[in-house]
Ligand binder design. Structure first.
Ligand code: NAI
Length: 258
């Protein structure tokens, strides 16, 4: 690691596990000072202790990103400690998959609140500090579901399409003020969420082999690979990129037909 985020104050949501935890580890290794946000208090405390053992001193804030007031309190606490926010990674997200006509109002709202509005709540909370500083980098963890559809996954892709729209719309509006907003679109990434999903199949090994066979690179990705992309987009190496989306799906979304 080469100190690409030295002295940058970075907030990562959904940091207690999975892709968010990998991003937090990579950011810490690159010298960032971290504010970690998650709804899972125990998981967040355990992960912060793990990071602490490596010498990092992350600040943690337990919050449901779907609730604007909770987000504002979390960001205010991080700003009170560090005085600024240089980087925000909107990573927290949940799978909500249902038959459209059987989907409850509550499930629709939960999907949109966490996967779409949560990112907006976070961005709205950090923007004043970024505008005052005249710079900032925001990375939204979208998905290949932001531009392609897997049958039976409604309404998750609706929210992820919206997250890409949010990325692009705000990127254009805030570019003149020095704020860059980009997205990463992961495909299948080996996290607990994906392992749990695979475990629900009658033959998990066969389900995994079928999915790997659909991916041109013939494997599922790792959280660390997404974390490398997040470091890149958060760092000054991508100073001329905004409104972009970096796909990390082993080539899957390029394939028209199997
Ligand atoms: P995960 O389920 O392993 O971790 C998600 C983290 O977000 C957990 O720590 C959870 O407590 C937290 N979280 C959930 N709801 C929250 C809320 N309302 N407020 C605050 N924190 C909350 O998920 P994973 O796999 O690491 O995914 C992370 C992101 O990457 C999500 O946005 C997901 O949609 C996206 N993604 C994941 C892919 C994969 O294959 N794993 C593929 C494409 C996108």
């Amino acid at each position: 690691m080469t100190g690409r985020l030295t002295d940058k104050v970075a907030i990562v949501t959904g940091a207690a596990r999975g892709i968010g935890a990998a991003i937090a580890r990579a950011f810490a290794a690159e010298g960032a000072q971290l504010g970690l946000v998650d709804i899972d208090a125990d998981g967040l405390a355990a992960f912060a202790a793990e990071l602490g053992a490596t010498g990092a001193r992350p600040m943690t804030a337990v919050a449901n990103i779907g609730e604007r007031a909770a987000v504002e309190a979390a960001v205010a606490a991080i700003l009170a400690r560090h005085g600024r926010v240089d980087v925000l990674v909107n990573n927290a997200g949940i799978n909500v998959f249902a038959d459209p006509l059987e989907l409850s109002d509550e499930a629709w709202q939960r999907c949109m609140a966490v996967n779409l509005e949560g990112a907006w709540h976070m961005i709205r909370a950090v923007l004043p500090a970024m505008l005052a500083a005249g710079r900032g980098a925001i990375v939204n963890i979208a998905s290949t579901h932001a531009f392609s559809i897997i049958p039976g996954t409604f309404p998750y892709p609706v929210a992820k399409h919206g997250l890409l729209g949010l990325t692009r719309a705000l990127a254009v509006d805030y570019a003149p003020q020095g704020i860059r907003i980009n997205a990463i679109a992961p495909g299948y990434i080996e996290t607990d969420k994906v392992r749990d999903w695979l475990a629900e199949f009658p033959d998990p090994a066969a389900a995994r082999a079928r999915i790997e066979g659909l991916i041109p690179l013939r494997r599922i990705g790792t959280p660390e690979q997404v974390a490398h992309a997040a470091v890149f987009l958060a760092s000054d190496e991508t100073a001329f990129s905004t409104g972009s989306v970096l796909t990390m799906d082993g080539g899957r979304s390029v394939v028209y037909h199997d």
